[in-house]
Design a protein around this ligand. Structure first.
Ligand SMILES: C[S@@+](CC[C@H](N)C(=O)[O-])C[C@H]1O[C@@H](n2cnc3c(N)ncnc32)[C@H](O)[C@@H]1O
Length: 496
């Protein structure tokens, strides 16, 4: 009896959790609807003028599509547009089928049209309201502007711009937020082989890559660790901001990649850099007490798909789990490598060129929970969207709003994420209260904390429910797809 009662309680709890998720999905749908209305008014009018009502394809139509080697590109385009329109106006459209049927159709069309595996298409789709998701996928098909960073150790931006203009390069400053960046519109010469390039007057660097270093804001004479640094775009930027004073330890676990790192350091005339090759998780045992640490973490690269389209098909759920695991270990080591007694610093910047929440907010939130002596601070960046404080049932520390997200379709730069932490003195530890998320000071013995911090452990149990939930949902979707793929007569028979 006790067993039955326990099972029934568990089932009730599960049903409650599912109901809560449904409410969340409906809220998200309503939010999407509000957001989509403005953008899609034009399309709606166009389609209505056609007078052709839109229906999802039947199982027979889909079978015909797949036996013809996949759907016609124009059919897919129209269907995506229609699904976005229907989803944007879902309550007002008396279309056949449920919201999830339209979403499944749209996801399947996004995968085939843009060439993503279904898992990644869905993961990225979930980040945005429906219409915006399409803008994101579209932006990934277009190359970002070519940008360069002036190496202020060798020249000034004005002089560099003049020298390049004289060679037939058409360029302009990137924007007010950087005083070293130039955007190249066209060039008569290969921009990676000009005499100025060879003389180290600039670095060919994506605009988004400037952001973590601007947030880090290294000050002259500081000791800085760049934990994952090859090929050195950010290391050389740090060295320049230090004006060749202090010291930058440029580390990368991949020894082969330290060759290009060293080459860039020499070309750009950085005299304050020491190159080393450790697994980042060995810090601070190898060396600690830094004023600032940059962790530009190894990531899935979902922010740079326009540069590397292989990401579309080669990333699985397991990759994201393993990457997040590594990122969580690295971020704790980065924090522990900072000296809380630093007079001028005491900061860690965490960045990725990925847009997924697993690799960004989840990692930062984890660090806040595991290291009560750190807090998030303003990145100092003038633009970028706020990081998520809630995402698909996960609730993060409210201070995650201080972190910044950058997107190709919004900022015309690679997708990027930047978070900045201040590391406090360990004797006076900031601890997030579990119930309120408010920060309170609690005294923790220095030794106790050191002991707790020596071993970087990873909380596998924490991610398990999310993995299980995602697996359950994936199975449910597959089931729906299988049912839809069955011939109609059979489906009727089975349900009768
Ligand atoms: C995003 S890239 C760094 C780009 C670099 N910061 C720049 O601006 O040029 C990530 C780097 O992390 C390195 N890496 C991967 N695992 C690592 C680990 N466990 N410890 C340190 N570095 C690691 C990779 O070799 C790769 O060079």
């Amino acid at each position: 009896m006790a067993n039955i009662a326990a099972r029934s309680k568990a089932l009730d709890e599960k049903a409650q959790a599912e109901a809560a998720l449904d409410v969340e999905e409906m809220q998200q749908a309503a939010y999407n609807e509000e957001d989509d209305e403005e953008d899609f008014d034009m399309d709606i009018e166009d389609e209505e003028a056609d007078g052709e009502p839109f229906c999802l394809p039947t199982a027979e139509e889909k079978e015909a599509e797949s036996s013809a080697g996949g759907p016609d590109v124009h059919v897919v385009q129209r269907r995506m547009r229609e699904c976005v329109r229907v989803l944007g106006k879902f309550k007002k459209t008396s279309g056949k089928g449920s919201r999830s049927e339209y979403i499944n159709q749209l996801l399947s069309d996004i995968s085939s049209y843009y060439g993503y595996n279904e898992f990644l298409a869905e993961k990225l789709f979930q980040l945005f309201p429906v219409a915006e998701a399409i803008e994101f996928f579209e932006a990934n098909e277009v190359a970002r502007p070519v940008t360069i960073r002036t190496n202020t150790l060798r020249t000034r931006r004005r002089d560099l711009a003049q020298a390049l203009v004289n060679r037939g390069v058409n360029l302009e400053p990137i924007g007010k937020w950087t005083n070293v960046g130039l955007q190249v519109f066209e060039s008569n010469v290969p921009i990676g082989a000009t005499p100025e390039y060879l003389a180290g007057h600039y670095m060919l660097q994506a605009a988004s890559s400037f952001l973590p270093v601007i947030a880090l804001s290294p000050q002259p004479n500081e000791r800085v660790l760049d934990m994952a640094s090859a090929p050195g775009g950010k290391t050389t930027h740090i060295a320049a901001l230090l004006q060749n004073t202090g010291v930058v330890f440029a580390n990368d676990a991949n020894k082969a990649r330290t060759k290009s790192l060293s080459a860039n350091i020499h070309r750009l005339g950085c005299k304050n850099v020491v190159v080393c090759s450790y697994d980042g998780r060995e810090f601070p045992k190898v060396m600690g007490g830094f004023d600032r640490v940059l962790l530009d973490a190894p990531c899935s690269g979902t922010g740079v798909i326009s540069k590397d389209s292989s990401v579309k098909v080669n990333k699985s759920e397991r990759d994201f789990t393993l990457l997040a695991h590594l990122q969580k270990q690295l971020i704790l080591c980065a924090i522990d490598s900072v000296s809380p007694d630093s007079k001028s610093g005491g900061y860690v910047v965490y960045s990725t060129c990925s847009v997924t929440v697993d690799e960004n907010e989840s990692v930062v939130d984890y660090a806040l929970r595991k290291r009560p002596n750190v807090k998030l601070v303003d990145t100092g960046l003038e633009f970028g969207r706020e990081g998520y404080t809630k995402y698909r049932g996960k609730v993060f520390n409210p201070s995650l709003a201080l972190t910044r997200r950058f997107y190709p379709h919004v900022h015309n730069m690679d997708g990027f994420y930047v978070a900045k932490f201040k590391v406090e003195k360990r004797g006076k530890v900031l601890k997030a209260s579990e119930s309120t998320n408010e920060s309170i000071f609690v005294g923790i013995e220095e030794e106790e904390l050191q002991g707790a911090q020596e071993k970087v452990t990873f909380d596998d149990a924490e991610d398990r429910p999310y993995l299980e939930e995602s697996q359950r949902r994936q199975e449910k979707r597959l089931q729906i797809r299988r049912m839809k793929a069955k011939p109609k007569a059979l489906t009727v028979e089975a349900t009768a």
